[in-house]
Design a protein around this ligand. Structure first.
Ligand code: AMP
Length: 192
């Protein structure tokens, strides 16, 4: 069976991490969240975590070579044999290109980019509601994250728009269950 590789793409607050966790449980895939991987390296004080630390604490992207190397290493682990859902990766055009090469080496091209479509105003409202009571976040940081996402979208999406039909849109301004049903059906449709 060919592995299935899918990207979950969308603004902060769109629910893609939650959806990825539900979908992998149902379909036997793994979730590759670069944010979570970096945090794991950071708390384990690995050499990679130490390299990434300063960028992360400034809220900047970790350089592509470090990020791509980490994803390559993760994809080589045996639990990725059936495929993976990428969450928070790729975030630059070069990461998108590198992912194509990595997946070719693993024998399965990228099947789909699921684009979680959410108006920016809803994204902002959700983030503000989620941050209530947390002193370490603020409306300014939320605005930065929204702006950062717009930049990520501008650098990543052209790569996929050039690949006919690979992007599938999901209306993310609905209930978790409604989004889940659509996401599951989309991914099942490309599984071998
Ligand atoms: P996240 O939890 O996805 O917001 O990621 C937390 C932090 O990890 C980001 O602010 C970046 O510093 C770093 N990071 C996560 N994913 C990437 C990526 N694809 N490219 C570069 N840096 C990343």
């Amino acid at each position: 069976m060919k592995p299935t590789f899918v990207i979950f793409f969308g603004p902060p607050g769109c629910g893609k991490g939650t959806q990825a966790k539900k979908v992998i449980e149902e379909l036997g895939l793994v979730q590759i969240s670069t944010g979570e991987l970096f945090r794991k390296h950071l708390s384990g004080k690995t050499p990679l975590g130490i390299k990434a630390q300063d960028y992360m604490s400034r809220g900047e992207l970790v350089p592509d070579d470090i990020t791509i190397g980490m994803v390559r290493e993760r994809l080589q682990q045996p639990d990725c044999a059936a495929g993976a859902i990428f969450d928070g990766f790729p975030r630059t055009g070069d990461q998108a290109k590198a992912l194509d090469t990595l997946l070719e080496e693993l024998g399965g091209p990228l099947s789909m980019v699921v684009n979680f479509d959410l108006p920016i105003e809803i994204s902002r409202q959700r983030l503000l509601a989620r941050q209530e009571g947390r002193a370490d976040d603020s409306p300014e940081i939320i605005e930065k994250r929204l702006n950062d996402h717009a930049q990520v979208e501008a650098s990543v999406m052209p790569h996929y728009k050039a690949q006919e039909g690979i992007i599938k849109n999901i209306d993310a301004n609905r209930s978790i269950d409604a989004i889940y049903n659509d996401a599951l059906a989309l991914i099942k449709s490309v599984m071998a």
